[in-house]
Design a protein around this ligand. Structure first.
Ligand code: ATP
Ligand code: MG
Length: 427
């Protein structure tokens, strides 16, 4: 016998019993984004490898070890997108969207990173990405945080996440800081792991981001970038902090929060949780004005964030009270040859008249008893019943499966208004 083929390690199916929770989250996410006037952009999953090398940078975990890169039949090097920021910016530059314009955009879809799979860390995972272009003031940075804050509240998990905030200042400020930081780590070189020793010369800020427990103390005692920020950078940071305070959004300043890439500037933030073990960052974002020039555009402004949907779903699963829609409202039981034919036709009429009704028909034959069992298993509110007698008379019987109403037989045209009325009462 042939062996079954299995999914690729770290790439998961979302089964029908899980999709309602995804759809619940996706529905609320879209509503919240729309309430701030954000538009969806849809982007390819594959891009030229060069795009990620140039944007994410060669000396990063992603580019060094995590990308799914392959040569296509033309010999071009392509990569399954490990994140969405680069592709989104590429698209906007390519289509001239950044010329004297502002944009508030979002995208949603799978990303690919060849990491060691574990809870909350997969090789294919879904991200919601939100990117804004053309706005330099702190209001837009704050808006992104407020949007997420609203999302947590709408999803009922506000108490499960907290906000960490930092500022990376300007490139010049970071260069000054970098020297101090390198000197500090040089003095503690023997404690640094291999990755960090290498990054000491290529990307020293990224050492602050290391998750190696043996380096925890040396990182905690490192000099802080905040102390090297100039007046403008501090004012930008202060304005965001004041907005958050005015609107009652709690935050914690985390001076270790960095993005080790040169194009980041000023604001960085993360929404973190301690309910998911070590995969605790649910959403990460910041300002990346410099990336636009790095990808060949004119100087401009950009702020955005990305949220990992699997981590969000794991938080939602901690709630046991989420109202998820059932796949079926009504189930049609058909027994007998004439009833099967007549039932199929009547089901189409019902769908014409009540487009919102989720109606499934029995299609496996079987006795009344077995079909009723199926109706119950599907969680239907109503069974719409046709035997040959009903079919002969142009009638139908309706039974409420959840309420203690008697089964009623009526002409088919009356059944439609009866169902409409019952459905309204259910809502
Ligand atoms: P981490 O520190 O957890 O590796 P990261 O800095 O690599 O995260 P980002 O590139 O900032 O993550 O991606 C934004 C969000 O996407 C993360 O906060 C997380 O929620 C999610 N994410 C990133 N990598 C994965 C993954 N391999 N599996 C599931 N979710 C992920
Ligand atoms: Mg990572």
């Amino acid at each position: 016998m042939a062996t079954n083929i299995q999914a690729i390690r770290g790439m998961h199916d979302v089964l029908p019993e899980q999709t309602p929770l995804w759809q619940y989250a996706e529905g609320i996410i879209k509503e919240v984004l729309a309430s701030y006037g954000y538009s969806e952009i849809r982007l390819p999953i594959v891009e030229k490898t060069e795009l990620f090398k140039r944007s994410i940078g060669e000396v990063t975990d992603i580019v060094e070890k995590e990308m799914y890169t392959f040569e296509d039949r033309n010999g071009d090097s392509l990569t399954l997108r490990p994140e969405g920021t680069a592709g989104c910016l590429r698209a906007c530059l390519e289509h001239g969207l950044l010329h004297h314009q502002t944009h508030r955009l979002w995208y949603y879809g799978p990303m690919y990173r060849h990491e060691r799979p574990q809870k909350g860390r997969y090789r294919q995972f879904i991200q919601l990405g939100v990117e804004t272009y053309g706005m330099s003031g702190p209001d837009i940075d704050a808006e992104l945080i407020l949007l997420m804050h609203r999302l947590w509240k709408r999803l009922g998990i506000r108490d499960k996440v907290s906000l960490q905030l930092n500022s990376l200042g300007t490139i010049a400020e970071r260069i000054a800081y970098r020297e101090v930081l390198v000197a500090y780590f040089q003095r503690h070189k023997d404690i640094l792991d291999e990755d960090s020793q290498r990054r000491l010369h290529t990307n020293p800020l990224r050492i602050l981001d290391s998750k190696n427990p043996e380096m925890k103390d040396v990182i905690a005692n490192a000099p802080e970038l905040m102390a090297y920020l100039g007046a403008d950078s501090l004012a930008h940071f202060k304005a965001i902090a004041t907005t958050l305070e005015d609107l009652g959004v709690a935050y914690e300043i985390n001076t270790r929060l960095v993005r080790g890439l040169d194009y980041y500037s000023l604001t960085v933030f993360e929404w973190v949780t301690d309910e998911l073990g070590s995969q605790g960052t649910v959403c990460a974002g910041g300002r990346y004005d410099g990336l636009i020039e790095q990808l060949g555009g004119k100087p401009n402004h950009a702020v955005g964030f990305a949220m990992g949907m699997e981590r969000l779903l794991a938080l939602l699963e901690l709630r046991n009270d989420i109202p998820v829609a059932k796949p079926v409202d009504a189930y049609m039981v058909r027994v007998g040859e004439k009833a099967e034919r007549e039932g199929l036709r009547f089901a189409e009429t019902i769908r014409n008249e009540i487009p919102g009704l989720k109606l499934q028909i029995s299609a496996e034959g079987g006795s009344f008893k077995s079909q009723f069992k199926k109706a119950d298993k599907m969680g239907a509110e109503f069974a719409i019943i046709l035997g040959d007698d009903e079919a002969e008379q142009g009638e139908v019987s309706i039974k409420c499966l959840r309420k203690g109403l008697e089964q009623q037989t009526m002409p088919q045209n009356q059944a439609i208004s009866f169902l409409q009325q019952q459905l309204q009462e259910c809502q």
